[in-house]
Structures are given as structure tokens and as C-alpha cells.
Write a protein that binds this ligand. Sequence first.
Ligand SMILES: [Zn+2]
Length: 161
Amino acid sequence: MKIFCHIAPATLMLLPLLCATAFSQAAPAVTYSPQELIQIAQQMREQAKNSGAVDSGIVEKFLDSSTIVASRDRDGQAELHERFEDVFVVLQGNATLVSGGTVVNPRTSAPGEIRGPSVQGGVRKSLREGDMAHIPANVPHQLLVQPGSLFTYFVVKVPVK
Ligand SMILES: [Zn+2]
């Protein structure tokens, strides 16, 4: 309590106001280091393996309503999101991002979500640790991952209007 003796009376009067403003939000910010995200992905892979779940090559988890940590060990499907942009940062490994062009044999997997086996006529970009990608809505894209290697990334899904 001694410390309060050194606070000017005017500041003391402001304290309740400052506290009310500073602490009115219920949930504090959540932070992760790249290592923590990689560890989460590793744990997910272990759990998937132990549960005997069919291995589709990808594990992913929503950390909150718009962020995902994902890890894959082989090519992904071609994707197109009508209602979201994908923004992601590579945490671990290498991949080739194919984007643009068209989705081959497109099918609707969920409202606004198109999937297919591959992207035709897209641009290929190599991605490695630390790289960032921004995929606008309605742009076909696919991640190609060397079989046996591991590609881990942190995704932000940005809704579009
Ligand atoms: Zn996507």
C-alpha cells in the first residue's frame, strides 16, 4: 500500500476511471510464438495418428474464429473461397503455392467453398519459412508439398463483404 502514498491525489482520483477503461474487456490478447504454433501442430499430428483417424495429410485447428494452425505432409486440394481471403505465414517447411487459373473439376464442398483435384493454368510460387501469402477471395489456389516433408503454417481467414 505504501506505493499509493507517492501517487498524487489527482492521479488517485483518476485510478477508478483508468481501471474501468483498461480492464473492461473480458478476454485479454492471445499470443503465440512460432515455436508454440509448431508445437500445437505436432501435437495435432500425434493425436491424429494415435486416434487412428484416416490420414488426409492435413491437420488443422481453429485457434479462434478466424485463425488456424495447419500442417500438411502432401499436396492439398485445389480450393476457392468465395467469402474469405486467406492470409498465411509459413512456420516450417517448404511448399509450392499455385494460384490463379481455374479449379479442375470444381465441386461445392460447402456454401461458398469450391474444391477440386488441381489448379490449371495458375502461377507457381515457392514458399519457405517466414514467407507470407495473401490469397484474395475467388482466386483458385493449391499447396503442393513434397511427400514425406512437413509444411506448417498459420492462417488468418478474412471475411469479405
Ligand atoms: Zn484456402
